[in-house]
Design a protein around this ligand. Structure first.
Ligand code: AMP
Length: 528
C-alpha cells in the first residue's frame, strides 16, 4: 500500500492470503496468464475490434512499454476519462502492468471534477477521447492542463490535436513488476462530502472481488458479457470485465444501454449475461415487445445500482425471456448477487447475497449495536475486498470506518434469514439518480456561490424511471433564480450535468431538526 492508503491489519492480510483469496499475482499477470491458457479465445469485442486474449495481451504489453518510454512508471497516477472503447481496456491493463494507477473518471465529468482528481492525486497524465457525444475533450484537457502543473501528458484516443495520440508503442522488455499488495487503481466513491472521495483498490483484493463474482454468477468460458453502462463504474468493471476475464469469457462493449445500441450486439455476439440499472431495464422490457432482434441467447439479466422495485422485478423474466438476478455493490468493496438456485420469492424482493464467504456484514442502530434479526438498520461491511479507508482522507476515514475496520456504508438494509440483503433506504446525504451518485453537499457548495442563492438543500425525490431525481430547495437572495439559470451556472463552473438539479423549489426558510440541522426528510416530504 502507498502513502495516503490504509492497509489491512497484518492478521487479516494473513488470513485472506492463507484462504487463497489474495494471490501473489498482479492484474497485469492475470491477463498474461489468460493469454497463455486461452490464447485464441475472444477476450474483447468493441465496435469493429475483436481481440483474442493473446492479442489483447500483446497490445497491452506494447502500450505498457510505450507509457513507460514517455516516463510513466510505478506509483504514477493517471486520470482516465474514456467511454466504452477498447482502448480503455488496453490502457487499464497497461497501467496495471507497469504499476501506474488509473484514476477512473466518468465521461460525464467536467473541469470541476477532473481538475480536482488531477490535483488531488498529483496526476502525471490525463487520458481522453477526442470527441465523444458531441463534446470535445481536448478543450477540457487544455483547461485542466493550464491549472494543474503536475500534468505532463495528455493522451488522446482519436485525433490528438495538440496532444499525444494513443496507442503508444514500445518494446516490452525490462518493465518493472508492481507489488500485488499495492494500489492497482482508484475508483470514485459515490460520496457524501463536498469533494468526491477516491477508493484505492489493490491488485490482489480487487482481483479477488472479480473472481468471487465469477464464482457467485457461475461464469465460464461460454460467458459472453455485454457491458453497456459506463465501464469506469465499479459494478460494470467487476461484474463485467474482471469476472468475465477470470472465467476466460468474452467481454462485449456497447457504447450505451439503449435497446438500439445493445440489442443488435446481443443478437450478433450471442450475449449470455449483462448488467442494467432499473431505468434501462424498463426501456429494454418495452422495446423487447416490438423489437425483432433475437435475444434468446440471454441467460440472465442482472439489475442493480439502485433499487429494483418488486412489481417491476416480477415483469423482467416474462418480458426478456431470461432469468432475473439482482445485485448490489459499492466502489468501496462489498457486493452481492443472487445465486442461480435462489428461490423466486427471494430474487424478487432482495438485492443479493454477499459474494465471499469471508464478507462480514453487520446491521446496527445509530450507536453501532446490532439490531434484532430481520430489523432495518445501518449496514456495516468488512472483508477481503472491502477497503479500510479512502485515499488521503484521515478525518473522513475516522468517521466512515469503525475502529475495528468496518465500512459504514450509509445504507439502510435488513437481512433475510438466508443472509440476502434488502435495501430499505439511506442515512447518507446522497442522491442515487439512476445509479449515478450525487453528494448533496458538493452541489450545495456550488449553488451557494450563485448570487441569488442564500441557502440551499438538495434532496432526492422518488422517480419511477431513475429511482430518484434531485430537487434544489432554495431560500433566495433577492430575485429567486430559475432552474435554467442554476443549470447554466453549474455548467459554467464545470460540474457534470447529472448533478444539475432536476427541480427547483423556492422556500422561505429551510426546516430544521430538533438538533438544528436542515431536515431533508421534511423537505422531501413537502415536495414528494
Ligand atoms: P457506487 O459506489 O457508486 O457503486 O454506489 C454504491 C451505493 O449504491 C450503495 O452504497 C447503495 O447505496 C447503492 N446501491 C447499489 N446497488 C443497489 C441496489 N441494488 N439497490 C439499492 N441501492 C443500491
Amino acid at each position: 500500500m502507498q502513502d495516503g492508503c490504509t492497509p489491512w491489519p497484518e492478521e487479516f492480510a494473513e488470513r485472506y492470503r492463507a484462504a487463497g483469496y489474495w494471490r501473489d499475482e498482479t492484474l497485469g499477470e492475470l491477463l498474461g496468464g489468460l493469454a497463455r491458457s486461452h490464447p485464441g479465445k475472444t477476450a474483447l469485442v468493441a465496435g469493429e475490434e475483436r481481440w483474442s486474449y493473446a492479442e489483447l495481451d500483446a497490445r497491452t504489453d506494447r502500450m505498457a512499454a510505450g507509457l513507460h518510454r514517455i516516463g510513466i512508471g510505478p506509483g504514477d497516477r493517471v486520470v482516465v476519462q474514456l467511454p466504452n472503447i477498447p482502448e480503455l481496456v488496453t490502457l487499464m491493463f497497461a497501467l496495471f502492468r507497469i504499476g501506474a494507477q488509473p484514476v477512473l473518471a466518468l465521461p460525464a465529468h467536467r473541469s470541476s471534477e477532473i481538475t480536482y482528481f488531477c490535483e488531488f492525486t498529483d496526476a502525471v497524465a490525463y487520458v481522453i477521447p477526442d470527441v465523444h457525444v458531441g463534446f470535445d475533450y481536448r478543450e477540457l484537457a487544455a483547461e485542466v492542463t493550464a491549472r494543474v502543473p503536475t500534468l505532463k501528458h495528455v493522451l488522446v484516443a482519436g485525433d490528438p490535436g495538440d496532444f499525444t495520440a494513443l496507442p503508444l508503442d514500445g518494446e516490452p522488455a525490462g518493465l518493472p513488476r508492481p507489488d500485488p499488495a499495492g494500489v492497482a487503481l482508484f475508483l470514485l466513491s459515490g460520496g457524501t462530502t463536498g469533494v468526491p472521495k477516491l477508493v484505492p483498490r489493490a491488485h490482489q483484493e480487487w482481483s479477488y472481488s472479480g473472481r468471487a463474482v465469477a464464482e457467485a454468477c457461475d461464469y465460464g468460458e461460454e460467458t459472453v458479457h455485454l457491458v453497456s453502462l459506463p465501464l469506469s463504474h465499479n459494478w460494470p468493471l467487476t461484474h463485467g470485465l474482471l469476472a468475465t476475464f477470470h472465467a476466460a469469457g468474452t467481454l462485449v462493449l456497447a457504447p450505451g444501454p439503449s435497446p438500439d445500441e445493445a440489442f443488435p450486439l446481443i443478437e450478433r455476439e450471442r450475449v449470455t449475461e449483462t448488467g442494467l440499472i432499473p431505468g434501462a431495464a424498463l426501456l429494454w422490457m418495452e422495446a423487447a415487445e416490438w423489437d425483432e432482434y433475437d435475444l434468446s441467447s440471454l441467460r440472465r439479466v442482472t439489475i442493480g445500482g439502485t433499487k429494483l422495485q418488486p412489481e417491476m422485478a416480477r415483469r423482467v423474466e416474462p418480458a426478456l425471456g431470461c432469468r432475473l438476478q439482482q445485485a448490489f455493490g459499492m466502489a468501496e468493496g462489498l457486493c452481492g448477487f443472487h445465486r442461480w438456485d435462489d428461490p423466486q420469492d427471494v430474487v424478487l424482493v432482495s438485492q443479493g447475497l454477499p459474494v465471499s464467504p469471508a464478507d462480514e456484514v453487520r446491521v446496527v442502530d445509530e450507536d453501532d449495536n446490532d439490531v434484532a434479526p430481520g430489523e432495518v438498520g445501518r449496514l456495516l461491511a468488512r472483508g477481503p475486498y472491502t477497503v479500510r479507508g479512502y485515499y488521503r482522507a484521515p478525518e473522513h476515514n475516522a468517521k466512515t470506518f469503525t475502529a475495528d475496520g468496518f465500512y459504514r456504508t450509509g445504507d439502510l438494509v435488513r437481512l433475510l434469514p438466508t443472509g440476502h440483503l434488502i435495501f430499505e433506504g439511506r442515512v447518507k446525504d446522497q442522491i442515487n439518480r439512476g445509479a449515478e451518485k450525487i453528494a448533496a453537499e458538493e452541489v450545495e457548495n456550488h449553488l451557494l456561490a450563485h448570487p441569488s442563492v442564500r441557502e440551499v438543500a438538495l434532496v432526492g425525490l422518488p422517480d419511477d424511471v431513475l429511482g430518484e431525481r434531485s430537487c434544489a430547495c432554495v431560500v433566495p437572495r433577492g430575485t429567486p433564480p430559475t432552474l435554467a439559470e442554476l443549470a447554466a451556472f453549474l455548467r459554467d463552473r464545470g460540474v457534470a450535468a447529472f448533478k444539475f438539479p432536476d427541480r427547483l423549489e423556492i422556500v422561505p426558510r429551510l426546516p430544521l431538526t430538533p438538533l438544528g440541522k436542515v431536515s431533508k426528510k421534511t423537505l422531501a416530504g413537502m415536495f414528494h
